[in-house]
Design a protein around this ligand. Structure first.
Ligand code: HGY
Ligand code: MN
Ligand code: MN
Length: 406
């Protein structure tokens, strides 16, 4: 294991200890841990001699100069934030591997022919506001009004959070014009099982599934748990339960559609009161955009008829829609070359998970590298990529940086 890879492995451990909770790993938009993580990684960028900067939302950037007259940078990186009770690799590995790949080149006396900018995005998971790509979308354009109006569990809007909690001191907008970049390449754990089944350490990514995120609220009537006969109830939680099972059966009926309800809030939340209202999230994904929007329409129809039959009112509140993205064939071909030189195999996989590459695809060609993760487990504290596979991923990225992109 090279000293560069050893350092990358210890950095994964260090970053994995930066959390907003003493009991599990969690870093969310503008949380204190997320800003501490940003500062920690900025220090690593400066150790590599990079010129660093940060945006008010906590996104960070390190700039490594090229060695030719090519001025268009290649962007590398991933996200600093995590889900709740997260693994140490989702996001973090992409940033740390980018720095390690650059350092690998420098250690062997090389340097990229083009400028390389490494980004640590403040928020990709969207845990606080149920939105996604909050750190990477501003590289292309200012966040839209609907996103800025999104509220967190305390009713704080995204705009208020940035104004009140933003890292404003010394902040600069990190923005790129379309056509001004060679591309964006992100290394990420696969978060699936295919590489493990294929016995491969790493591969390229061909496409990223589209996703729809929304909230549904059902409202009935609070009642006494002991004195209200079942036929007279308008129980919002039972209605939500039937809706959630309808979502699950729709997804089971129409693979590869996947639908997840990850969060539900019930009011009044008393064990001896019939629930008056239930608010739950929906995360719906499909590799094909038309199939995704068709599934959304069918699901809304099913849920509305469940609500009507139960005497409940239903609010269907879209939060964010993101179309599927095809990775750039030219970049992907270079990534396949690099992956083949390290693993001996050319494999391209589609991603069911979303990545910041989706947001960057608005302004430049994008490509991704997947690194095998144990059992495909992710969004879980036992998420794990082996040192050997991380070394292979860094090797693929370092090899890719030597390819003639310009
Ligand atoms: O939800 C996702 O696909 C990613 O982990 N943000
Ligand atoms: Mn994730
Ligand atoms: Mn991720």
């Amino acid at each position: 294991m090279s000293p560069v890879v050893q350092k990358a492995l210890s950095r994964i451990e260090s970053l994995g200890r930066v959390s907003d909770s003493p009991s599990h790993l969690v870093r969310t938009f503008l949380s204190s841990a997320n800003l501490r993580a940003a500062r920690l990684v900025l220090g690593w960028m400066e150790e590599l001699g990079m010129e660093t900067s940060h945006a008010a939302d906590g996104t960070i950037r390190g700039v490594f100069p090229g060695t030719t007259e090519e001025t268009r940078p290649l962007l590398l990186g991933s996200h600093l934030d995590t889900v709740i009770d997260a693994g140490r690799y989702d996001g973090a590995l992409g940033i740390i591997a980018a720095l390690a790949a650059l350092e690998t080149m420098v250690e062997s006396g090389g340097a990229p022919a083009f400028p390389v900018h490494v980004l640590g995005f403040s928020d990709e998971e969207g845990i606080r506001f149920q939105t996604t790509y909050l750190g990477s979308r501003p590289l292309a354009a200012p966040l839209d009004a609907a996103s800025l109006a999104a509220t967190d569990a305390d009713g704080i809007t995204l705009a208020e959070a940035i104004a009140r909690e933003g890292w404003h001191e010394g902040a600069v907008p990190i923005r790129y014009e379309p056509g001004s970049l060679l591309g964006y390449v992100e290394l990420h754990i696969e978060q699936g099982r295919v590489l493990e089944e294929e016995g491969l350490a790493a591969c390229a990514v061909t496409a990223i599934a589209g996703q729809s995120r929304l909230r549904v609220s059902l409202t009935g009537r609070a009642d006494h748990a002991g004195t209200t006969p079942m036929p007279l109830r308008r129980d919002a939680l039972c209605g939500a339960a039937e809706c959630i099972l309808a979502a699950e059966s729709l997804a089971r009926e129409t693979p590869p559609l996947v639908v997840t309800v990850g969060r539900i809030e019930v009011h009044p939340g008393a064990s001896n009161s019939v629930p008056q209202s239930a608010l739950f999230t929906i995360d719906l994904r499909h590799p094909d955009d038309a199939a995704r929007t068709d599934a959304l329409t069918r699901l809304e129809h099913r849920m509305r008829s469940i609500a009507t039959n139960r005497g409940l009112s239903l609010q269907w509140m879209p939060v964010q829609d993101g179309n599927a993205v095809v990775c750039d064939p030219a970049l992907t071909s270079r990534l396949l070359d690099a992956a083949e030189s390290v693993t001996g195999t050319r494999l391209g996989l589609a991603s069911g998970a979303g990545h910041d590459a989706v947001a960057l695809s608005a302004i430049c060609p994008v490509g991704m590298i997947f690194v095998r993760c144990r059992g495909g487990l992710s969004h879980h504290p036992d998420e794990h990529a082996s040192p050997e596979d991380i070394a292979a991923g860094i090797g693929v990225l370092a090899r890719f940086l030597q390819s003639p992109l310009c």
